[in-house]
Design a protein around this ligand. Structure first.
Ligand SMILES: Nc1ncnc2c1ncn2[C@@H]1O[C@H](COP(=O)(O)OP(=O)(O)OP(=O)(O)O)[C@@H](O)[C@H]1O
Ligand SMILES: [Mg+2]
Length: 261
């Protein structure tokens, strides 16, 4: 292998995870002349946390929006639980989305609803048909998971940035999703709160065996949460491996991400 070409270095530990859950293969997405994803490939297996690193504006959010069908892709293949996203019907897409928790870059809470109502809304939207007692128990269990049971009746405006992130997380986790997509879950938080959020993501992975994509520039978060990382550069999966494999890689573009540590 030439030194400057580090594509698809497979982490040996990938073997111990389950079946492929998300399979992205040669994905292409442009907005006019803006060629964002050029040929991006990545596989996420059952129970695995994969961190996607990349400079601001390189296409990380576009990638996860393609996964949930919010942005249509131009070419290539993107399969979730074996279903090609560009080919499935709206109803199947809705069913699929119910299995995916998406934590937006902004927490995207409904400001006119209390924390409880925000969580209940997520449940209602996916039509789980639960009784009031079951709903209350779920809301409380989920808030307890993120350490914010006491904030159940609070309005989002009264929450700090870190609390909003945790409620955003709770709102996705309440559906017990098989897949979690986290877009910059720790950005803008102080290092201690960022570490708490990272630990929370790990806890959820272990408790529910979720498969996750975590988009982040936070290298401490990446180190803590990633079983494997993908470095997105110029719209491709430029390098892939465990945190230590990438850190040791003799490639200046990859190394740049580790210099801040
Ligand atoms: N809906 C859209 N229409 C047109 N262009 C878009 C759209 N969404 C994203 N883009 C463009 O795609 C590129 C990648 O954007 P994206 O939001 O994926 O970046 P990112 O890697 O998530 O950056 P950041 O780290 O700052 O969040 C940018 O040039 C952006 O302007
Ligand atoms: Mg983004």
């Amino acid at each position: 292998m030439k030194e400057d070409v580090a594509y698809h270095v497979m982490a040996p530990e990938q073997k111990k995870y389950g079946d492929p859950i998300i399979e992205i293969s040669h994905l292409v997405k442009s907005f006019g002349d803006n060629h964002v994803l050029r040929d991006y490939s990545l596989t996420i297996r059952k129970g695995e946390n994969v961190v996607v690193l990349g400079k601001s504006g390189c296409g990380k959010s576009v990638l996860i929006k393609c996964i949930v069908g919010l942005i249509p892709y131009d070419k290539g293949s993107l399969k979730v639980f074996g279903n090609e996203i560009s080919e499935i019907q709206q109803q199947e897409l809705d069913e699929l989305r119910a299995k995916i928790g998406f934590v937006f870059q902004s927490s995207a809470l409904y400001d006119s609803m209390t924390v409880r109502e925000n969580l209940e809304f997520a449940l209602r939207r996916h039509g789980k048909g639960k009784s009031r007692t079951e709903v209350n128990a779920l809301v409380e269990e989920t808030l307890d998971n993120v350490g914010l049971l006491h904030a159940v009746e609070v309005m989002p405006a009264e929450l700090s940035g870190g609390m909003r992130k945790r409620i955003g997380l709770a709102r996705s986790l309440i559906l017990k999703p098989e897949i979690m997509l986290y877009d910059e879950p720790t950005t803008g938080l102080d290092p201690i709160t960022a570490k708490e959020i990272s630990n929370l993501m790990l806890k959820m992975q272990l408790k529910y065996n979720t498969s996750s994509i975590i988009i982040s520039h936070d290298m401490h978060c990446a180190q803590l949460t990633a079983n494997r990382l993908s470095v997105m550069i110029d719209g491709i999966n430029y390098a892939e491996g465990t945190f230590d494999e990438l850190r040791k890689m003799n490639d200046p573009k990859v190394h740049a991400f580790f210099e801040i540590l």
